[in-house]
Design a protein around this ligand. Structure first.
Ligand SMILES: Cc1cc2nc3c(=O)[nH]c(=O)nc-3n(C[C@H](O)[C@H](O)[C@H](O)COP(=O)(O)OP(=O)(O)OC[C@H]3O[C@@H](n4cnc5c(N)ncnc54)[C@H](O)[C@@H]3O)c2cc1C
Length: 558
């Protein structure tokens, strides 16, 4: 935390020097003494201080200055720092102005020049004021501040990225907080680019993309080496499990993650069915533990880097990243998981991040305190989402297509027992409405054909997941939905007698593909992206661990 500032303003250089000297001698250890020779220059400086989130403890201002009097300065200065103590330095002739300003600007004291000896006439007064300031001041937030609006998608993305990386920040809504708007306008007068991210020390980023933000907050975005024994794409439970085992056995291992570690599991408020955590564990916590475990074993994890494409070059498996760099490895694990379907109806794209959120956008939950929100979907993730949101919202209505949620029994029980949650069964979402932000939704009961319109502040969508296999879609065999086929699923005529069994087309090795190996030797798949998986944290972790064991076998044979 930088030292709080004592501002002293005087146009007379000799007086300014002498005040500065006396202040520095007594307060220099605990405060930054800032002498400035005009009110206007001081106001400009205050703006910069606000961006850097510095605090002013005291203004000690000469009344008689040509451009702007001391009182005129204080009128403006205290708008930026209302908690700062105010002392006017006056000549005898200015006494009346000083008395008048006691009410005008809440003057705390007026000090007659000359103030010597300071031990008698200056320090006792200021000591008392500063003591009072210290007791009552609410010190500003020291960390990263994100200023934006609730309806801006990029504000949501930045908040989500920081949250998923467990980087603390303060959210400033410029529509509710005039000081925050002023702060944004000082560097972005049209307020066209949101959010603005303020860093301690004064740096700012305007509507940053994730890689820019990742670099600024010190996350690794570039690989240290051109080649690794094992590369894992995706840092959900499957990818992190494989990485922990690879690292622990001394393999050079790189994990590439396009967003933040944890994957879908990282967004779960409470995973209650993962072995060994009888009271549940949050996705955040599980991710934090897994990431530190992998890093401890020397694994590199890149954030905000998407693996765009995979190709084969001799014995190497090559990965092209979103920044066009290429990384090679001997064994590659695709652990890219699955993501939720997006709504296709008109208006849904425009309202994404402005009331419509995909998956568990828990960064936004607090913003809907005492409001009515909707959850779309009836599986485990939707049920968890509804339960979590019910801690904040006034009412959570869950739109379920079928007659019953498909979530696990313990979650259905929790939904049904929750007074704030209403299950709308046999219900289809028909339309979303809203200008800048979601305002209404229209739903249809598929049994009765009845249509209903609801006012809606926010809607959290958890409908059907699709595998994230695009990066290998042209390279390895997938089913018609895009799930990657592995092991026995690749064997042609697999139900016929062993002599008729054939490996997949293009397969060049004597042996069949390993259990979690794809149709390209050396490329493996695990977790939600793989055909036949069970879409659970434990299965993803288990598959990640098995995939590593199989990659090890593969590497041995090279
Ligand atoms: C809200 C929610 C709650 C859940 N709760 C539970 C629960 O309580 N219990 C349970 O057992 N299961 C739960 N699940 C399911 C469970 O989280 C998933 O089955 C599990 O996370 C799958 O792990 P994964 O590693 O295969 O993939 P994911 O978790 O989907 O991770 C894949 C990762 O790969 C990254 N990625 C994708 N494509 C690329 C690319 N091209 N380049 C770089 N990175 C890429 C993604 O950003 C993501 O981080 C829940 C899911 C959700 C969404």
């Amino acid at each position: 935390m930088p030292k709080p500032v004592i501002f002293t303003i005087d146009d007379d250089a000799s007086v300014l020097n002498s005040v500065e000297r006396d202040l520095r001698a007594h307060y220099g250890r605990d405060y930054r003494i800032l002498p400035i020779d005009s009110g206007k220059a001081a106001l400009d400086y205050l703006k910069k201080m606000q961006q850097r989130n510095e605090t002013v403890a005291l203004f000690l201002v000469d009344q008689r200055m040509p451009e702007m009097s001391g009182v005129e300065f204080l009128e403006e200065g205290i708008k930026a720092y209302p908690q700062a103590k105010r002392v006017l330095l006056t000549a005898y002739a200015d006494t009346q102005a000083a008395i008048d300003s006691i009410n005008e600007v809440g003057l705390d004291y007026y000090l007659m020049k000359p103030w010597h000896p300071p031990e008698e006439r200056l320090y006792p007064v200021l000591d008392e004021l500063l003591e009072d300031w210290r007791v009552h001041v609410r010190l500003p937030y020291e960390g990263i501040r994100v200023a934006g609006t609730l309806w801006s998608l990029s504000s949501h993305q930045v908040k989500d990225f920081l949250t998923r990386h467990q980087i603390p920040y303060q959210w400033l809504d410029i529509e509710k907080d005039p000081d925050a708007r002023q702060l944004v306008e000082a560097i972005n007068s049209e307020v066209t680019k949101l959010p603005v991210v303020f860093f301690p020390g004064g740096d700012t980023l305007l509507q940053p993309d994730l890689i820019e933000l990742a670099e600024k907050v010190g996350l690794q975005t570039r690989a240290a080496l051109p080649f690794y024994d094992i590369v894992v794409v995706g840092s959900g439970p499957a990818g992190l499990a494989a990485a922990v085992y690879a690292g622990s056995e001394g393999y050079r291992c790189l994990v590439i993650e396009r967003a933040a570690p944890g994957g879908q599991a990282g967004s779960s408020p409470k995973i209650e069915n993962y072995l060994g955590f009888p009271t549940g564990i949050s996705g955040d916590d599980l991710t934090r533990r897994a990431v530190s475990q992998a890093k401890r074993f020397g694994v590199e994890i890149l954030s905000a880097q998407e693996a765009k494409q995979v190709f084969v070059k001799d014995a190497y498996r090559m990965i092209q990243l979103s920044d066009e760099t290429e990384i090679s490895c001997h064994a590659l694990l695709i652990a890219t998981g699955a993501s939720f379907h997006t709504l296709r109806m008109p208006g849904a794209v425009e309202l994404t991040g402005a009331g419509i959120y995909y998956g568990a956008a828990y960064t936004e939950a607090m913003n809907y305190k005492d409001k009515d929100v909707f959850v779309v979907g009836g599986a485990n993730s939707a049920a968890q989402g509804a339960i979590y949101l019910s801690q904040f919202a006034r009412k959570v209505r869950v739109l379920i297509r079928g007659p019953q949620p498909t979530a696990s029994k313990y979650l259905i029980d929790a939904l049904e027992q929750n007074q704030k949650i209403e299950l709308l069964r046999n219900t289809d979402l028909i339309e979303v409405k809203g200008k800048n932000t979601l305002e209404q939704i229209i739903v249809k009961n598929t049994a009765s054909a009845e249509m209903q319109t609801f006012d809606a502040s926010a809607m959290f969508v958890f409908i059907g997941v699709r595998p994230q296999s695009q990066l290998v879609a042209d390279l390895v065999k997938c089913d018609e939905k895009g799930y990657i086929l592995t092991g026995a699923e690749l064997i042609v005529d697999k139900r016929s007698s062993p002599v008729d069994r054939k490996p997949p087309q293009g397969w060049t090795l004597e042996r069949d593909p390993f259990l979690l190996e794809t149709s390209v030797p050396g490329i493996f798949a695990a977790g939600d992206v793989r055909f036949g998986t069970s879409h659970r944290v434990a299965s993803a972790v288990g598959e990640g661990a098995i995939a590593f064991a199989l990659m090890k076998e593969y590497l041995k044979a090279l």
